[in-house]
Design a protein around this ligand. Structure first.
Ligand code: NAP
Length: 263
């Protein structure tokens, strides 16, 4: 694809964290942006911080309202009459052990992280096919490639995204459509505060690992480079990225390291 400057991009989860940081950096690159999440007031705040506000359209949505996605896609496409990239960034995490976790928490994680992302992507797909151009960028996690305790439902939802988007890439490469999976390690956002606990209530506190993670602006810059290079998968973090290679070549060693580090 080359440089991202001036492209039309739809970012979900733009009211906070990674999506907010991406919005500011892409605004500087004069991209036309559709920004989405549930909290419209937060999206207004993000828009107000941008330099080129005429290039920013707000469409509020809740990813768990799966049937709303076709209408949201029509609105997003008509905002600027085209769409080059969908950044599926919105998501929630989890901090609870399997034995205690209510099944409703698994449903919520799958509805938002997996099914919502699938529904939104399916809704924009016909527009990308018609234009013979389109790039799906999905923010998964290192937890979409290996696992960590207290994140069983989160890991399941992120692993599932890789299966779906690997197939989408295979079926639609011929239509000029590409797919990039972004796998962050720890990034300094509110993902840990918003993480669901065993009964579905948010954890409401930061974890030391996240707060020692990559600063969100640094992460967003790396992510934009990976999008421009049209990488199939990009792993971004600190030493936790090693888990990818340990999982591939020494899975039992990775298991022992993770269990020991969380004892
Ligand atoms: N930070 C990390 O260490 C880390 C690591 C690995 C992966 N990730 C992934 O990065 C992505 C962004 O997370 P973040 O770190 O930036 O966390 P964040 O600060 O909590 O932001 C999450 C965003 O998702 C939106 N969202 C949550 N539920 C939604 C729903 N039902 N419908 C629509 N939007 C919803 C939130 O907005 P509203 O509340 O306004 O809806 C918010 O804008 C997530 O997919 C996460 O899994 C983050």
């Amino acid at each position: 694809m080359g440089r991202i400057d001036g492209k039309t991009i739809w970012i979900t989860g733009a009211s906070s964290g990674i999506g907010e940081a991406l919005t500011y950096q892409l605004d500087k690159k004069k991209c036309k942006l559709v920004i989405s999440s549930r909290k419209e007031i937060e999206l207004q705040r993000v828009k107000a911080n941008c330099t080129h506000q005429e290039n920013i359209e707000i469409i509020s949505l809740d990813l768990s309202d799966l049937n709303d996605m076709p209408e949201k896609a029509t609105l997003a496409f008509s905002a600027f009459g085209q769409m080059d990239i969908l950044i599926n960034n919105a998501g929630i995490s989890q901090r609870s052990e399997i034995i205690n976790t209510d099944i409703s928490v698994y449903k919520q994680l799958m509805d938002i992280n997996y099914l919502g992302t699938v529904a939104l992507s399916k809704a924009i797909l016909p527009y990308f096919m018609k234009a013979k151009n389109g790039h799906f960028v999905t923010v998964s996690s290192l937890m979409g490639k290996f696992a960590g305790p207290q994140r069983s439902g989160y890991c399941g939802s992120k692993h599932a995204l890789h299966g779906f988007f690997d197939v989408l890439r295979m079926e639609h490469e011929k239509d000029g459509i590409s797919v990039t999976m972004i796998c962050p390690g720890y990034v300094q956002t509110n993902i840990d505060k918003n993480a669901l606990t065993a009964d579905g209530s948010p954890q409401e506190k930061h974890d030391i690992e996240n707060q020692n993670g990559l600063p969100v602006a640094v992460f967003a810059r790396k992510m934009i480079r990976a999008i421009e290079r049209q990488k199939y998968e990009a792993y971004m973090g600190k030493k936790e990225v090693m888990g990818i290679y340990l999982k591939r070549f020494f899975p039992k060693l990775l298991h022992r390291i993770v269990v020991k580090s969380t004892e």
